[in-house]
Design a protein around this ligand. Sequence first.
Ligand SMILES: [Zn+2]
Length: 309
Amino acid sequence: MARVLYLGGLGRSGTTLVERLLGELPSVCALGEIVHLWQRDILDDERCGCGARFSACTFWKRVGERAFGGWSTVDVARVHALRDAVERTRHIPRLAKPSPEVLEYASFYTRVYRAAAEVSGAQVIVDSSKHSALAHVLRWADDIDLRVVHVVRDARGVAYSWTKTVTRPETDGTDEMTRYSPGRSALLWNAHNAAFGLLARRGVAVHRVRYEEFLADPRSALRELASYAGVPVAEADLGFLGDGHADLSVGHSAAGNPMRFTVGRLPLRRDDTWTVALPRAQRRLVGAVCAPMLRAYGYPLNPVSQEAS
Ligand SMILES: [Zn+2]
C-alpha cells in the first residue's frame, strides 16, 4: 500500500517550497501537482521538474508503463469528465459518501502513486495538488495510506501573491499563472482552508503547517513532517539545509509552481512583501473577510510591522 502525503491549501501558500524540501529526504518521492498531470503532461507534454519534456523523462516513462501500460492508454477525456463530476469545491458536501465515479476518479491517482512508489523505491509519495476537493475524493481510495498536510499562510500574503504576474516557464513564456483580485482570493482562502478543517472532522489525518512557522525553523518543521509521514530522518539527511538556504537536487515534479525547476541554492526566506506592498484598503478587506480563520490559525489581525513600514 502506497503511503501518500497530500499537500493541500490555497495556491501561493508555500506548498511547492514544502514539497521541494520534503523531496530531498531519503525515502520520499515528490511528484508535483498530479491534478494537472492529465492535461499538462499527458496531453500538452509540458516540462518535468528535471527539465525534460514529460514524454522524454525516464522516470515518468517508467511510471506510466507500470501504472497504465504507457501514458497513451490513459483516457484523459474520462479523467476530465470524472473530475468535472466529482472534484469541485461545491461538491465537497456530497463527498461525505463515495460514489462509483469518486472511486473511479481516485483510482487514476492511486495507480500513479503506486507506480511511482515502485519505480522510485520511496516509502512516501508526495502529491502537492493542493485542491481540497481532491483530498476529499482520495480519502475513499482504500489502497493508499493517505496523510494530508494542510499548508496555511497569512491570507494577506496569499492575496498579495495572487495579484502578481508570474510567467509559467514550462510553456516557454507564452502563458502566465492565474491572477486573482484580493477580494476573490480572500473568499477562496476561507473556502479552501475550511474544507481542510472539514476533512479532519471527517476522520482523515490532517497535519497543519503554517508557512511562516515552517520558514522560521525549516529543520524542525521538516523533522516534524517526516515523523508525521512515518519516515526516519537522521541528522545527515538534513545536510542539504544550510543557514537560511537549501541546496536542492533535480526532481521530477510533473506540474506546479515555477520553483519546481530550481536546482542548487534556494534561499529560505519568509516573503513578507505584502506588509509593505499590499495597499492598505486591500489589506483591510482581506483581513476583515478572513478574520475568523486568521484568528483561529493564530495570525495577528493588525501586525505592527505593516504600520511601521
Ligand atoms: Zn523528469
